[in-house]
Design a protein around this ligand. Sequence first.
Ligand code: UDP
Ligand code: MG
Length: 315
Amino acid sequence: MGSPIYSVVVPAYNEQEVIKETYTRLTKVMTGMGEPYELIFVNDGSKDQTAHIIAELCENDPCIRLINFTRNFGHMPAISAGMEHARGQAIFIIDADLQDPPEIFPEMVAKWKEGYHVVYGKRIKRKGETIFKRVTAKVFYRFLRIMTSVDLPPDTGEFRLIDRKVCDAVNKLPEKNRYIRGLVSWVGFKQVPVEYHREKRFVGETKYPLRKMISFAMDAITSFSYKPLKFATLIGIVISILSFLYILYVLYQVFFTDRTITGWASTIAAILFTQGIVLMILGLMGEYIGRIYTELQNRPNYIVQEIITKDDNLE
Ligand code: UDP
Ligand code: MG
């Protein structure tokens, strides 16, 4: 097999129920396009049969490569690994759970051939997801847009086609906390959306509960802007001015009126309020310091245990 034109990067974590179906649908679409391709499954430390099933598929299909991590490193590291191992001229990124339809690959390729470097999937409707998930996702994207200086298109996930050049550019970025869709936006190039309907998860459940969504949002914001720190300064300034004015008012009362100064309750309220803000800002600074710390440690994003393939050009 020669060098592939297309690479498909598929991060998978505990996807045993769906992974075979994913393989079948991907293979159908890829063979339909009639060019050499490779499927790169990144098994992100699954605790179920995912790795085993993919390894079996590898036996009979030289187009597959399985990258096994030593443990669960996360969705973003899995995609990074796939991108680093991809050899194609156009690289697709798609989740293993079939929420994003591989059937629109040809449409993406058409745009790519028109000269676009990034063709990202834009969700028009989120079928079968709970209202809660839909609303949080919406709020998340709007908030992100306000907080970050990079122009991140709303309602997009990782589902996209990227050109070789974009892949190389992103791979070269040294940062450890990788928010892929942000990095892809950040590197620039010609980007265009393709609209699609996001399906319900085929089987299994989301691996992004609220807790992870929040840490994801924090990651996204702190990797792309320090606007939160500016807000912190702003809040500090506003509160200082207000307190100063209030002090003037209190002094005025003391010296020019005979009203007694009362109000333990308001004193306590004011103290608690400002303390709360101070702590919040400390925490915020902590977020950034934590990121500096991770960068300094300079540990790899993931560790590969083994790569399994029947592709003769590799190994
Ligand atoms: N995933 C991963 N590592 C993780 C969590 C998720 O590789 O630690 C993969 C998962 O197998 C799926 C994709 O990332 O292919 C997206 O995860 P999920 O579908 O749970 O997220 P959602 O679609 O609900 O945002
Ligand atoms: Mg999903």
